[in-house]
Design a protein around this ligand. Structure first.
Ligand code: PEP
Length: 257
């Protein structure tokens, strides 16, 4: 399958930013994003903004995502949110295993696996994040890390489940640092991850799965990153908080598709 036949996903990650009025304002500025064949636009917002943003986008082409979800259906998990809670609100995507969750909140490959499975079971599309630390890249073990994270994230998954998952390759050293992987580095790592999926599930599954790049993607570098054969979209933090910049990235994806 050629790059052109894979779904491109441009997803904003608002992280812990925006009160409800601020979220409504940014959503209003994005509501005129046009529907484009094969390019899905998503914004992943704090839990407190989900309802506001779902309402703002009720007639828009933009989909809404959360930034985490628990693996249990319900119960004594103070501070957590279930898949049912997200689905009932009209949420369609969820980020899982973001490096900030791994770094600050004890997320592991095992919890990434459980949360991704729960999301898929509920009909949510997981944006499942993997990526190496700077010291891992410098030690020459990037591929080892990516292979391990991919294998553990998908342990016990069917081919169909893998196809429904969006993989976000996010080198940790490039997130929120202003340091972007070069287009070649991003393309190489996404291609390597696709190769790991191919070994585990076969070439058809690997060819079909969407693999995003994330890490300081912006209006200036998006076109070059998105043009890479194995890069099928972006997970965008900082630049997704400015409507003009996020729209420029969406345009780069649409124009390049
Ligand atoms: C992210 O939050 O996933 C991200 C890639 O952030 P930034 O674009 O700010 O590096």
């Amino acid at each position: 399958m050629k790059k052109q036949s894979r779904k491109v996903v441009i997803a904003g990650n608002w992280k812990m930013n925006k009160t409800r009025p601020e979220a409504a304002e940014l959503a209003k500025q994005l509501a005129d994003v046009a529907k484009a064949p094969n390019v899905e636009v998503v914004v992943c917002v704090p839990f407190t903004n989900l309802e506001t943003v779902v309402n703002e986008f009720s007639l828009a082409a933009v989909k809404v995502g959360a930034q985490n979800v628990h693996f249990a259906k319900s119960g004594a998990f103070t501070g957590e949110i279930s898949t049912d809670m997200l689905c009932e609100l009209g949420v369609q995507y969820v980020i899982i295993g973001h490096s900030e969750r791994r770094q600050y909140f004890g997320e592991t490959d095992a919890t990434v696996n459980s949360r991704t499975k729960a999301a898929l079971d509920a009909g949510l599309t997981p944006l499942m994040c993997i990526g190496e630390l700077l010291e891992e890249r410098e030690a020459g073990i990037t591929e080892e890390v990516l292979a391990r994270q991919t294998k553990l994230a998908f342990a016990g998954f069917t081919a169909e489940e893998v196809c429904k998952t969006v993989i976000a390759y996010e080198p940790v050293w490039a997130i929120g640092t202003g340091k972007t992987a070069t287009a070649a580095q991003a393309g190489e790592a996404c291609g390597f991850i696709r190769g790991v999926v191919a070994k585990l599930y076969g070439a058809d599954v690997a060819d079909a799965v969407t693999i995003q790049y994330g890490g300081s993607m912006n209006a200036q570098n998006a076109a070059e990153l998105l043009a890479q054969e194995d890069v099928d979209g972006g997970l965008i933090g900082g630049a997704s908080l400015v409507a003009e910049d996020f729209k420029a990235i969406i345009k780069a994806a649409v124009d390049g598709n």
